[in-house]
Write a protein that binds this ligand. Structure first.
Ligand code: FE2
Length: 429
């Protein structure tokens, strides 16, 4: 068992960040999780900088030595780069001298990197290779003999990849990446990335809500036919369609699969331009749609064959940025690509993602009402918390599993039946 699953609850109780989980259990999610600055900071420390792997990019984005791309791990700006030997490197984008941003373009190719402030220069691994006036100038100044620039560098992250997807971690205690991802997600990523991919573009936008509301939303089967009327009306997803959720990493990862169904293809609404809702999937095994949530920072949306990755960048308790990377198969004909982008469901203006962004902003606005502390109710399909798999859409069991795992990783004490409740319909404050 990984070391971090052995939570010492006695110790956790003494450092719960002040949070008391509602006594009703994991079927209640205290609104404080979405508004508290303390919890926001604690997430950066325990989740993003803790023993978890964060998505950094795709190998196809950095194929050649010197290719780099930038991202964020929680609040921390990170550069992913391929070095001259072909190895992937990642480091914090902060000068070891005074702390300035060093890499200023979002992506490119470079022999090395130079800070604009005092021109300290770095190699592709983020090690200091040049310090102006290191030995002084004109016989004066300079660093003393004890100064060794080899002792200075931009902070590295551990890097590992699976099926061409690159992850990084600040922690020495993170599991090997393969174990971290688990068998089901490994298999899905391997199947999707079995053919050569090409990145087709990027988008980013800010959502005025807590990042966990969207992370939770991505595994929430229950809302899909209710909120996204588009799905049913245009015959993309029906609630009785075969579906499965498989959990891993204490319930915080979720592999969501919706299978193809001839029934679902019936369009109830006739369109003048039916190609807008035409649907083609390139996924194997009769899979129509797959959403892969890899805790804590990314979602893979595998739909059709125009895929996207959403990377989460929390900026405040009530604000986060979503960075989209779109990719598709390199050998897809251009006309198909064009069609898939017209069949636009994700991205800031996608029919589906736009509704999700809108609804989590509406949640945030109400959750933040200070005088109305409470909790959300996640009790569909019982109150159990640790299913490894559910085989239908009429459930919130995978949400409960996620919240339980999240609470463990955050060091929050588990709910105590009969204890003081922070919210829920039975304990309004
Ligand atoms: Fe949604």
């Amino acid at each position: 068992m990984p070391a971090y699953t052995a939570i010492d609850h006695a110790a956790a109780q003494s450092n719960t960040g002040g949070l008391v989980w509602p006594a009703e259990g994991w079927s209640r999610v205290p609104f404080e999780l979405f508004t508290s600055p303390d919890i926001h900071e604690r997430e950066d420390e325990r989740l993003f900088r803790g023993p978890h792997w964060n998505y950094l990019g795709l190998e196809v984005e950095v194929p050649e030595p010197g290719d780099y791309t930038t991202c964020h791990v929680g609040a921390t700006p990170v550069v992913l780069v391929r070095d001259e030997g072909g190895a992937l490197r990642a480091f914090v984008n902060r000068c070891a001298h005074r702390g300035a941003e060093v890499v200023r373009r979002p992506r490119g190719n470079a022999r090395g990197f130079t800070c604009i402030y005092h021109n300290w220069s770095y190699d592709r691994a983020g090690r200091v290779v040049g310090v102006p006036w290191e030995k002084g100038r004109g016989g004066v100044g300079g660093y003393d003999a004890a100064f060794d620039k080899a002792q200075h560098r931009m902070r590295p992250l551990r890097v590992a990849s699976w099926a061409g997807v690159v992850f990084g971690t600040f922690s020495d205690d993170a599991l090997p990446l393969e174990d971290y991802l688990g068998p089901a997600i490994r298999e899905r990523l391997s199947a999707v990335f079995a053919r050569p991919m090409t990145v087709t573009g990027y988008q980013r936008h800010t959502i005025r809500a807590n990042w966990k509301l969207l992370y939770e939303n991505s595994r929430d089967f229950y809302h899909a036919p209710q909120l996204h009327k588009f799905f049913g009306a245009f015959g993309i997803v029906q609630p009785d369609q075969a579906a499965r959720a498989e959990m891993w990493h204490e319930g915080t990862h979720c592999l969501l699969t919706i299978y193809r169904s001839p029934e679902a293809r019936k369009q109830r609404t006739k369109l003048e331009e039916p190609r807008v809702a035409a649907f083609r999937t390139a996924l194997p095994d009769d899979i129509a749609i797959s959403i892969v949530g890899i805790f804590p920072n990314c979602l893979f949306t595998l739909i059709g064959s125009a895929f996207s990755i959403r990377q989460f960048r929390p900026k405040a308790p009530d604000r986060f940025e979503v960075v989209y990377t779109y990719f598709t198969y390199a050998d897809d004909p251009e006309c198909l690509r064009e069609h898939l982008f017209q069949n636009n469901q994700f991205g800031p203006a996608g029919y589906v993602a736009m509704e999700d962004a809108e609804v989590v902003e509406k949640l945030q606005a109400r959750i933040a009402l200070g005088a109305e502390k409470g909790a959300s109710l996640v009790a569909m399909d019982g109150t159990d918390t640790t299913p490894e798999r559910i085989d239908h859409m009429v459930s919130e069991a995978n949400l409960r599993a996620m919240w339980k795992g999240y609470a463990r990783f955050m060091g929050f004490a588990p709910p105590e039946p009969g204890g003081s409740a922070a919210g829920g319909e039975r304990s309004p404050r």
